[in-house]
Design a protein around this ligand. Structure first.
Ligand code: NAD
Length: 390
């Protein structure tokens, strides 16, 4: 059957495929893997964005997405951000991410995570997975039973464990760099900081800024969680929707993405937005520019939450917590460089960060044209090459 006689159903299907490929092309993804294992209840997507600098490294998130399109959109955005995150942090990794569609409170099982682990293994190291939202150590252990391409595994198994303390250190240092730019000093003492989320990253961050003498406001969709953290760090609890309109010096989104959007941006009343969540801006160009227009300094999320990837990449070199924390502290200088570059070039900070990350990918990628070793040439090709040279 040629295209002129194709049924409307077939035409519709090919349109849908076509738009997916368009999306992959515009985001510049290398590969997307759909993982389906009905017997294990697994519906997952692995997205590999760019492997110029090294294997794609990024966590797996479990979330009850409203639709498959929403899950696809999330994994494409998140994996792309991982490429930039690794590049700006000076790491030799590419960007990847995975999402498992399901409710982390009710849909977890050993067979589900082991099925996912097998898909990760099938990629032969092109994608290295790790813990993200909705995942726990036990889940990572199940994945690890099926593949060695997993990072952030428990300390007892030779891994680096929970990356959240190192992520929080990076967010804290990035926040201080922004304070330096806004107030001329990097002390957070006496500043009012609103933290959205009372999860892993938020809890470690809250302790760091509390120790430094900041006043804290905390929100979470689970009030009990917010209350528990607030008691620890002497903070006030505010409702999940009320956090945006608070009179703050720093707003720190540490829950989910797209929280700076058309609705919330008008409510925001702060000097700095600096948090641990990924993809904070719903529309990078539009909302990044609107923050500049409002006079708000925005710390690009992937820059200051890079402590997590710094931690898991340290695991691959032989883990040492002090070294990982030390590397995460360098986010202070990276953030200052970005803010300086943004000022000089008259660009919003997120654009400045993107340019600096892309520059590194290009520069290091170009080095690959220099043949440093022929050890990867095996079999007949290797023989010919070596014989020719001898
Ligand atoms: P987590 O699951 O421990 O915590 C997230 C918290 O946010 C939960 O308590 C949840 O109830 C709450 N939440 C969800 N929606 C909310 C809303 N609208 N308002 C208020 N609270 C809400 O996750 P985490 O590990 O702390 O990660 C938080 C964010 O940081 C995520 O976006 C994650 O991708 C990002 N991140 C985490 C790490 C890490 O090391 N854990 C590293 C880099 C980036």
């Amino acid at each position: 059957m040629n295209s002129t006689t194709a049924s409307p159903e077939i035409a519709k299907k090919s349109d849908a495929n076509f738009s997916l490929f368009n999306k992959l092309e515009s985001y510049e993804h290398e590969q997307v893997v759909i993982c389906s294992e009905p017997a294990a209840g697994l519906k997952a997507i692995i997205a590999i964005h760019d492997t110029t600098l090294g294997p794609a490294l990024g966590g797996v998130r479990m979330w009850p997405y409203n639709s498959e399109e929403e899950a696809m959109h999330d994994v494409l955005r998140l994996s792309r951000a991982m490429t930039y995150k690794a590049a700006i942090s000076g790491l030799n990794f590419g960007g990847g991410k995975a999402v498992i569609i399901g409710d982390p409170h009710s849909d977890k099982s050993e067979k589900l995570f082991r099925a996912f682990g097998r898909y990760v293994d099938s990629l032969g190291g092109r994608y290295l997975t790790a813990e993200d939202v909705g995942m726990e150590m036990q889940d990572m252990e199940w994945i690890h039973m099926e593949t060695k391409f997993v990072t952030g595994i428990p300390r007892e198994l030779g891994g680096s464990g929970d990356p959240s303390p190192v992520t929080a250190r990076g967010v804290y240092m990035g926040m201080k760099a922004c304070a330096n730019k806004a107030y001329g000093h990097d002390s957070l003492e006496g500043l009012t900081i609103g933290i959205q989320g009372a999860g892993h990253v938020a809890s470690y961050l809250a302790e760091l800024v509390h120790k430094e003498g900041a006043e804290l406001l905390i929100s979470d969709i689970y009030q009990e969680k917010a209350k528990k953290l607030a008691e620890k760090v002497d903070a006030k609890v505010v409702g999940p929707d009320a956090i945006y309109e608070q009179d703050l010096d720093i707003f720190s989104p540490c829950a989910l993405g797209a929280v700076i959007n058309d609705q919330t941006i008008v409510e925001l009343n702060c000097d700095i937005v600096a948090g641990g969540a990924n993809n904070v801006l719903e529309d990078e160009d539009k909302h990044g520019q609107l923050l500049v227009d409002k006079g708000v300094i925005y710390a690009p999320d992937y820059v200051i939450n890079a402590g997590g990837i710094i931690n898991i990449s340290s695991e691959l070199e032989g883990y040492n917590e002090e070294r990982a924390l030390g590397k995460a502290s360098r986010i202070y200088d990276v953030m200052l460089d970005i803010l300086d570059y943004a000022e000089k070039q008259d660009l919003p900070p997120f654009k400045a960060a993107n340019i600096l990350a892309e520059q590194r990918i290009k520069e290091i990628g170009n080095l690959q044209s220099i043949r440093a070793t022929n050890s990867h040439l095996s079999g007949r090709l290797g023989e010919i090459y070596f014989n020719d040279r001898n």
